[in-house]
Ligand binder design. Structure first.
Ligand code: ATP
Length: 215
């Protein structure tokens, strides 16, 4: 098994790169999706949130009222920390479970963990990545994409970028940088080259762990 941490700033193109890697055969685990899964109705994390923040944060159908919770934690860092203390361990556990399941299903799987907050996942000792890939596009390009494709105002898009880690902080973690400032074709070529590289690396890892020396 070979584990890639895939990150990048908002609207940098992480999902686009992850989708290509999935088409090439990678198992993609989406951290944002796991964060939603751990608070689905019936989960221990959702019960803990209702206990901490009040049952009126649940909608009549049992789902979490995200806007209401968002309004509370947006202005209150202490309560945001309490929420994180509930959800983060649950996401970490689910991530470990999913990575383990991918490895059990295929010992030679190439697994991509698509995670906007990779620095935090790393600091929390979540998993050990074989390779960290950062998708990079300059801020102007990302703002324009958010305005054109997601209907945000320029101010909203700029604010979202400035509330995240800086490009320099992300790039400091990178083993590989995918430049997604240009057209999609140029990006996909870089992803295909990355795929060839990690396939070779996974094969070499497999040889080592099978006790067979690499040539
Ligand atoms: P988020 O941080 O919000 O999850 P993301 O990093 O996953 O975003 P994508 O969703 O892959 O980014 O890309 C953002 C938007 O820009 C999407 O609408 C996508 O189709 C578009 N996009 C991605 N790459 C390119 C490109 N090279 N040229 C033009 N549009 C692109």
């Amino acid at each position: 098994m070979y584990l890639i941490g895939l990150t990048g700033g908002i609207a940098s193109g992480k999902s686009t790169v992850a989708q290509r890697l999935a088409e090439l055969g990678a198992v993609v685990i989406d951290a944002d999706r796991l964060a939603r899964e751990v608070v689905e109705p019936g989960t221990p994390a959702l019960a803990a949130i209702a206990k901490e923040f009040g049952a009126d944060l649940l909608q009549p159908d049992g789902n979490l009222n995200r806007p209401a919770l968002g309004a509370i934690i947006f202005t209150d860092p202490v309560r945001r920390e309490r929420l994180n203390a509930i959800t983060h361990p649950a996401v970490r556990q689910l991530t470990r479970d999913r990575v383990a399941a991918a490895a059990a299903a295929d010992p030679h799987a190439i697994v991509v963990y698509d995670v906007p907050l990779l620095a935090e996942a790393k600091a929390g000792g979540l998993v050990t990545f074989d390779l960290i890939v950062v998708v990079q596009a300059d801020a102007d390009t990302r703002i324009q994409r958010m305005v054109d494709l997601r209907g945000l105002t320029r101010e909203e898009a700029t604010h979202r970028i400035s509330s995240q880690a800086s490009d320099a902080e992300r790039l400091a973690l990178a083993d590989v940088v995918i430049d997604n400032t240009g057209g999609l074709d140029a990006t996909l070529l870089q992803v295909d080259a990355l795929w060839e590289r990690v396939r070779t690396a996974e094969t070499d890892l497999g040889r080592v762990s099978d006790g067979i020396r690499s040539p």
